[in-house]
Design a protein around this ligand. Sequence first.
Ligand code: PEP
Ligand code: CO
Length: 451
Amino acid sequence: MSNSSWHPQSWRQFKALQQPEWPDLRALEEVYAHLSRYPPLVFAGEVRDLKAHLGEVARGDAFLLQGGDCVESFSDFTANAIRDKLKVLLQMAVILTHGLSKPVIKVGRIAGQFAKPRSSPMEVQDGVSLPSFRGESVNDPFFSEDARIPDPRRLERAYFQSASTINLLRAFTNGGFADLRQLHHWNQDFVAQSPQGQRYALLADQLGETLRFMKAIGIDGGQHGSVLHEVEYFTSHEALILEYESALTRCDSLTGDFYDCSAHMLWIGERTRQLDGAHVEFLRGVKNPIGVKIGPTVTVAGILGLCDRLNPDNEPGRLTLIGRFGHQRIGQALPPLLRGLAPEGRSIAWICDPMHGNTYEAPSRIKTRSMDHILSELKSFFSIHQAEGTVPGGVHFELTGDNVTECLGGSHEIREEHLTERYETTCDPRLNVAQSLDVAFLVAEILRGSV
Ligand code: PEP
Ligand code: CO
């Protein structure tokens, strides 16, 4: 594990878990060569801005809201789907900003979230065993032998879909759609009548009044104009397929540093965070903010190892730990970590992912998550940080801008018999819009001290 010899392909000397077995290595080489020449999707200056914001998150001066699909899909690729995912994140951010009175940093799981680690390399259905679906940048979710063959050309398609997605997101966030005076337009028809939709509308009314007041006294234009009309929005995904990530790594001409230009923020999954593994090796050399998912098996020594490898200079905003312990285990797992790390003085942004430790199979064998468990893990996360005197930096969700029925509970009271009505995810179950607003209101209430 030498520290001096990093280069964008040094990960190849390390063990890389969860990589597809590409049958056509020549095609993979060709794709790698193409991706290495294509334009970057994000720019180093933007990445540095996000890192500075995450430094504020680690100090408790800002709050991170990260969310989006478990895995993006090639078929659900429309302007409306992108717009609706942005809408729900903007709504949640308004609720949180209002409740917390601090800036909310908005980071989508979008424009690159195409690859999945799997607990088993094979999937069995009715006695037939085929390679697992690994995300559409690798193979197809359809259960047939052909569909499941990893095809590297899919990486290139994922790149172009990401480019198109980020282009539209940039247009929406800078072109007036995310203007704070559009608050009401983000509330979608299918939630407008729900308790959460109505609660949101009420908040939008209040804020609208404040904005009109600000306009009347003249703080609507000039230097404040861009704050109201534009929104800073960043992209993120799990840096899983190292061929894709390293091919999109570029040297910044301004600083001479390397940046993984596939997204602003990259994270390492729970299954690929080995200190001597290829993922940690690759990400230690790029300057992006890095997240690491941590589950109940992580130890203080393991976290210190991650800090040493990924953030040897202890730079604020560089390292975000995204805990996904599960509602039953967070109470035992998190406090010893916070206590053990307290004397070490490492700069860490602590985030709660209440989704991935709370997945289970309903009796109908459908993979789901319950709002009760999600809310319970969130409540524990905030109360543990309060008890330990540490900073709860933010939240990480799998959600969508649609009216799906994938998670149980919430204000629409989705029950098991509803799961099949609109179960559209190709991987993990996501919160729908009403459930997303539910969790945002709950977090805002907890942090205001009213729960
Ligand atoms: C995910 O975020 O979709 C994921 C697979 O998470 P984890 O690595 O925490 O299991
Ligand atoms: Co997931």
